[in-house]
Design a protein around this ligand. Structure first.
Ligand SMILES: [Zn+2]
Ligand SMILES: [Zn+2]
Length: 400
């Protein structure tokens, strides 16, 4: 056994002293990066606009959210604390509700992550929870009665916050230019049947243009009813993690999992462009292996994500076309063949792996050379239960 010598002790002594924390580094692209191609005329920004830290009911410091976002290759992150529900307030009192943002900004310094300001406005049903992002001052979205100073119980303070109506808080946010979305409208704690319903409270906010978007995916859940409400009321489609613990615990990204995110098609990679694109509703939700979006936004992403390799050859020198589908995205594409062609190598359900290729040997009609393939893309949703379709055309080359 080696003893610790005096000289070794001198070697390990580090004479410099730093009081600041090290800054997060921009990690190089890894398998856990959420990666989708840009679309014509826009850059694809990956955003998680609903997360929590110890500044409300989360269990990590904002710096961890920033680190996770960098590891996941996010372009934009919002830390959106409950303004009214502060279970850690005895240990982390912060009458200034902008503290979580300040900590997040300082943690992201030196990286190119876009930090979006935001808060979660929290009430009992029917108002439920709503996120306001791109707020200028979160303190103005909370009004507690003066007597609340004397209350110590977290739930009693939360109840006291109900004295200020939720729609007034939402309007205070939109007056600052905030983008507001309805969180988990199917949440079983407030909807025991698990179904989102459009109630008069939210309908009025939609009419007054104070509610702009709706979460159709949050954490483990996708809601058909929320999706339908979005389609029927022209609300922007939003997908979020709403993470409270660790992304790695909830989604196992090192094993191929990912948090739900909103892909936002922005003119450029900036906060201003992100906000503009959100208000224009230019989004696709990436949830589990599903891409969910309106035709205008989903089809360009689909066309950029899955392409036909221009090189076509003859399979085994026969009158059979060998074509290759190339996947430039994180989604595994599940294609249901609806064309007249059948394949030598596959049945009618085809999978194109993420960032991979799929070779298909396409049988042709007698003396025919044209390949006209059409597919239902099963892992996409244009509306509840409605999948996108994709087609590719090419021709069999002459024998060499
Ligand atoms: Zn919530
Ligand atoms: Zn939340």
């Amino acid at each position: 056994m080696r003893s610790l010598s005096g000289s070794l002790f001198a070697l390990v002594f580090i004479p410099t002293l730093s009081l600041s924390h090290s800054q997060p580094t921009q990690t190089p692209a890894t398998d856990r990066w959420i990666d989708f191609p840009d679309v014509p005329g826009a850059t694809t920004l990956v955003a998680d606009l609903h997360t929590h830290t110890v500044f409300s009911d989360g269990h990590v410091w904002p710096r961890i959210r920033v680190e996770e976002a960098l590891r996941d290759g996010l372009d934009a992150l919002a830390v959106t604390e409950h303004l009214e529900y502060q279970p850690h307030r005895a240990d982390i009192p912060h009458p200034d509700r902008n503290r979580a943002l300040a900590e997040t900004l300082s943690a992201a310094e030196g990286s190119n992550l876009l930090i979006v300001s935001g808060s979660e406005i929290t009430r009992e049903a029917p108002a439920g929870h709503m996120n306001a992002v791109f707020v200028k001052d979160s303190n103005t979205l909370l009004k507690l009665p003066p007597a609340a100073d004397k209350i110590t119980d977290t739930i009693e303070i939360y109840k006291a916050a109900h004295g200020w109506p939720a729609d007034a808080a939402v309007k205070a946010a939109t007056a600052q230019g905030a983008f507001v979305f309805w969180n988990h409208p199917y949440w079983t704690a407030q909807n025991p049947d698990g179904r989102a319903k459009l109630d008069p409270f939210h309908a009025a906010l939609i009419r007054s243009k104070d509610l702009h978007g709706i979460e159709i995916a949050n954490g483990e859940d996708y809601s058909e009813e929320a999706h339908q409400i979005a389609m029927g009321n022209n609300l922007v489609l939003i997908g979020v993690s709403d993470v409270h613990e660790l992304i790695d615990w909830d989604y196992a990204p090192e094993q191929g999992g990912h948090r739900p995110v909103t892909l936002v098609f922005a003119k450029e990679r900036s906060s201003a462009s992100l906000r503009e694109a959100l208000f224009e509703g230019r989004t696709v939700v990436w949830f589990k292996n599903l891409l969910i979006g309106r035709e205008r936004d989903l089809l360009p992403l689909l066309n950029a994500s899955l392409t036909l390799d221009p090189k076509v050859s003859r399979y085994r020198n026969a009158d059979v076309a060998e074509i290759t589908l190339v996947n430039h995205s994180d989604a595994e594409f599940i294609l249901d063949n609806t064309s007249a062609h059948t394949f030598m190598t596959e049945s009618d359900l085809i999978s194109v792996p993420a960032h991979g290729r799929k070779v298909l040997a396409v049988k042709l009609p007698k003396d025919g050379k044209a390949v006209d393939l059409s597919f239902i893309v099963r892992n996409t949703l244009l509306a509840p239960g409605k999948h996108a379709t994709l087609s590719f055309s090419t021709t069999l080359p002459d024998p060499s």
